[in-house]
Ligand binder design. Sequence first.
Ligand code: ADP
Ligand code: MG
Length: 252
Amino acid sequence: MSSLLQVKNVTKRFGGVVANRNVSFTIDEKDITGLIGPNGAGKSTLFNMVSAVFPPSEGEIWFENHKIDSLPSHKIAPMGISRTFQNLQVFKKMTVIENVMVGLHTRTTSSLAAAAFRFPRSRKEEKFIYENAMEVVNFVGLEDILEVDAGNLPLGKLRLLELARALATKPKLLLLDEIAAGLNHQETLEMSDLILKIRDQGVSIFVVEHDMDLVMKICDKIIVLDQGEKIAEGTPKAVQNNQRVIEAYLGA
Ligand code: ADP
Ligand code: MG
C-alpha cells in the first residue's frame, strides 16, 4: 500500500490563532479517510492547505512524489487533487451543465483570467469539456435537470452539483468538506453510496463530516482533530472507543 498524500508536521497560524498545530498523517491510495472534530478544530484549514488555498506556516505537504505546499492553487487540479467547499461554490445563474463546464474551464486553464473571459478554444477542446461534464453529471444522477439554473435547485441537488464539479477534473484525491450537511436521511444514504462508488473507480477520498453514522460506515481510517491538534487516528471502531475522542467530540 502506497501513500498518496503525506502531511508532515503542519502548523497554520492566523495571527494569534493556531488553527493547526504540528499535524502529521498519510492518506493511502483508494482509501476513504475521515477527518472529524468539533467546530473550529481546524478541519477546513487543513483542507485549504492540501488544496493550496493557502500555504502552511510550517511543515510540508507531499502528493505522490511532489512537494505541493508552496504551489499556487491552479496547479493543484491538474496534479489530481480536487475538492468541494463547505459553503457551496456554484454559480446560481448558470445551469447545471454550465456549472460543471465552467468548473472544467477554470480547472483546465492555468490563467483564471483566460477562464473568466472564456478565450476562444478549439472545437476539440470544447467537445472534450462538454463530454467530460456530461459524464460526471450522469454519474451523480443530475442528467434530468441539465438545463435548470443552479439557483432553483434544492440543497440536495446543489451538493450533487458541487460533487460533479469536483469530479469533472478526474481527481486521484477528492476532498469533501461536509458534503452531507443539511441532507435528509435518504439523501445522506444516497450520498454515501455515491462516495463508495467513486472510491470503487480508484479515487482516494478525504472527507470532513459531522454525520457519524456516515463517517463510521464509509471510512477506512479516521483522523480526529481537536483545537488544531491531531488527538487520534485509526479505524472507525478504534476511534469510536478512544476515550480522548469521546471527551473531545463524540460524547458531546
Ligand atoms: P473547522 O473546519 O474544524 O470547523 P476551521 O479550520 O474552519 O475549523 O477553523 C479553525 C480555526 O481557524 C478557527 O478558530 C477559525 O476561526 C480560524 N480560521 C480559519 N480560517 C481562517 C482564516 N482564513 N483567517 C483567520 N482565521 C481563520
Ligand atoms: Mg469547517
